[in-house]
Design a protein around this ligand. Structure first.
Ligand code: ATP
Length: 269
């Protein structure tokens, strides 16, 4: 099992005493699997994924078990956490511009993990990143390495971030709304890219999205979260057919339906 989370409770101090953010979350991701984590804003999806890297809110208290490739992230020492963050797992986010320093060249940001965490020589790191740029469909790599983030489109930047995340060969990829900010065509391209990379590398992917329809179409299994708890877990193919939880049913029913051309004409007549 690449990621195993069991009965994870997480709370943070609040003016009232304590605020529960996660309430007994259990989920797992195996090799080669894409697992969706769906829920409305604030349901606890990002906190769950970040717990896999022990990136916890300040002064959080936690109970339950979190392991990545068999390493105990919840209770392990700093060496375990370092290994998980630097080698075994990587996370990509919705907004690549928020991750990449705007005044650093792409080459410097993209090689950072290799150079500063793994001690790879700068030239070798640039060579490896350039090869990865090719793998993620970016060409003209010399120019790209010298460019600044504002010179690239959102889709190109997300590819840069994916290449940087893959540079240390993670087994588990945590994708937090990684395609949500992209236009529909670019989103489809990046999804196809992630799918190909995942298959070639047999990675496990935890795919976080607020979009149940996308998760059902893209993932093998889907967990649905509400108010810090998992309320549904199904194979993607059946989640629309037989949602067992009323919240999932409501989410499925809430998929927007555009009016047909005739409806629109009737409404405006
Ligand atoms: N550091 C923190 N301190 C206090 N509360 C926090 C902290 N981090 C997250 N929360 C709260 O925990 C809840 C879950 O947040 P989380 O970001 O995990 O939800 P989410 O489902 O990923 O939402 P979104 O889709 O908006 O990112 C939210 O109510 C959020 O306000």
């Amino acid at each position: 099992m690449l990621l195993a989370i069991e009965d994870l409770h997480l709370s943070v101090p609040s003016p009232e005493g304590s605020r529960q953010i996660l309430r007994g979350v259990s989920l797992d991701v195996s090799e080669g699997e894409t697992v969706g984590l769906v829920g409305e804003s604030g349901s606890g999806k990002s906190t769950t994924a970040r717990a896999a890297l022990r990136l916890l809110p300040e002064r959080a208290s936690l109970s339950g078990a979190v392991s990545v490739c068999g390493h105990d992230v919840a209770a392990g020492d700093q060496a375990v956490v370092r290994k998980v963050r630097s080698e075994l797992a990587a996370m990509i986010f919705q907004e690549p511009r928020a991750v990449l320093n705007p005044v650093r060249r792409i080459g410097s940001s993209a090689t950072e993990r290799l150079v500063h965490v793994h001690g790879v020589a700068k030239d070798e790191a640039r060579r490896r990143i350039a090869a990865l740029f090719g793998e993620v469909g970016l060409d003209d790599t010399d120019r790209l390495l010298r460019a600044y983030p504002h010179q690239l489109s959102g889709g190109m930047l997300q590819r840069v971030v994916i290449a940087a995340a893959l540079s240390t060969g993670p087994r588990l990829l945590l994708a937090d709304e990684a395609t949500s900010a992209l236009d529909v065509t670019t989103q489809a391209e990046v999804l196809a890219l992630l799918r190909r990379l995942q298959r070639e590398r047999e990675m496990g992917v935890l795919f976080i999205t607020h979009d149940l329809q996308l998760a059902a179409a893209y993932c093998d299994r889907v967990y649905v979260m509400k108010d810090g708890a998992v309320v549904e877990h199904q194979k993607a193919g059946t989640i629309f057919v037989s949602p067992s939880d009323p919240y999932t049913k409501a989410l499925a029913d809430a998929v927007p339906r555009l009016p047909q051309r005739d409806d629109t004409m009737e409404a405006s007549a």
